[in-house]
Design a binder for this molecule. Structure first.
Ligand SMILES: [Mg+2]
Length: 370
């Protein structure tokens, strides 16, 4: 049985149009090869966080829009050097959403506790909602935050199954770099998922994203089947169906985006959108698969990965956030478009410089070791 998918937070239904400032170009740095990038934890973590934030901000503009709209945005704006000109109905360009807010708060909890502590992260997560600073959060995360604020302990606060949105997976990328030991990483992925989502598919999705970031950050040549096998092993320890779906992606990863999207639609991988294809929903399995697909299509090209993640339509901010976290971990900060990074912000705060500083501070703790 699958969950039903609610509309996302305020401001996701407005139809975008042309307007705003000009002068934003497609990045020329996106072809930077993995081998030329620094491999330090600091660059991997900052690359992953900024790659996520920028993907999120670019995808947020057309979140919940159907494929026809997302395709026009990608072809006529992102690929045409006009990123940032298609306005979000509520926010100026550069605003990222809950996906990155909650990844950032995970890093802040790590810094505060000098290691992974689920109770500290739960406090930070709840605080974001108490202060009403959350942007575009889904129903599962929002209702869990309410329970946390009412005093429910972090390991009981999650939204029960069969709700299985991608809210726990979208913020799990940093764990792949914060916890180099795989068992500790999987446990942390499971614990952080449980704060908001009790369905084991959500823990599986979170473990998969963290593992994908860790593998990508190694900056070795990518073999799609081998990559998917490793990610699937991590996911299936939490929930079998997610692991199986990741492994099966090896069979369709070579399809073009149009054919791959048709495959997702016709194969029933995304039951929430079976009746009417509106792109990929916020159900954890298909959105995770499409994010990995987008990365594997172009593992050495951040911009292409983001365009693939968004062009399918639906939960575009989360798919671009996850794909961006994996791609950014591999390619590093230098491969991301500096002009667009400079516009990142969360309601005027937490721009690229502050996110980078946070990532570097956490990386210093990781490098010190236990
Ligand atoms: Mg979001």
């Amino acid at each position: 049985m699958q969950a039903l998918w609610p509309g996302r937070g305020a401001g996701v239904s407005g139809k975008g149009g042309r307007g705003g400032k000009g002068g934003i170009r497609s990045p020329s740095a996106s072809s930077t090869s993995a081998s030329s990038a620094s491999s330090s934890t600091a660059d991997q973590l900052a690359g992953s966080l900024l790659g996520q934030a920028l993907g999120d901000a670019l995808g947020f503009v057309v979140e919940a829009q159907p494929p026809e709209v997302a395709r026009v945005y990608v072809e006529g704006w992102l690929r045409a050097g006009r990123a940032g000109e298609w306005p979000h109905p509520q926010f100026p360009f550069g605003q990222y959403s809950d996906d990155t807010q909650l990844a950032r708060e995970l890093l802040r909890s790590f810094l505060e506790a000098r290691g992974w502590q689920p109770s500290v992260y739960a406090e930070r997560l709840a605080e974001l909602f108490r202060e009403r600073r959350d942007v575009g959060a889904g129903r599962g995360t929002r209702s869990a935050a309410v329970r946390l604020l009412m005093g429910v302990p972090w390991n009981e606060s999650g939204t029960p199954a069969p709700y299985a949105g991608n809210g726990a997976a979208m913020r799990a990328g940093p764990l792949g770099l914060l916890l180099p030991e795989q068992e500790a990483m999987c446990r942390a992925a499971r614990e952080q998922a449980r704060i908001t989502h009790l369905d084991p598919r959500c823990a599986a999705g979170a473990a998969a994203v963290a593992r994908a970031v860790a593998i990508a950050a190694a900056r070795l040549p990518i073999d799609a089947a081998g990559f998917l096998n490793e990610v699937a092993s991590c996911a299936e320890a939490e929930e079998r169906s997610v692991g199986d779906a990741i492994r099966d992606l090896a069979g369709w990863v070579a399809l073009s985006p149009a054919r791959a999207a048709r495959h997702v639609h016709e194969s029933g991988l995304d039951p929430a959108h079976m009746d009417r294809w509106q792109g990929i929903s916020a159900f954890v399995t298909p959105s995770l698969l499409w994010s990995l697909y987008a990365f594997l299509r172009s593992p050495d090209d951040y911009w292409e990965t983001i365009c693939t993640a968004i062009g399918v339509g639906g939960d575009t901010d989360t798919m671009a956030a996850i794909a961006g976290a994996v791609s950014g971990a591999r390619l590093g900060v230098a491969a991301l478009p500096a002009d667009l990074l400079a516009r990142l912000n969360d309601q005027g705060e937490w721009g690229a410089e502050a996110l980078t500083h946070l990532a570097h501070s956490c990386a210093a703790i990781v490098e010190q070791g236990p």
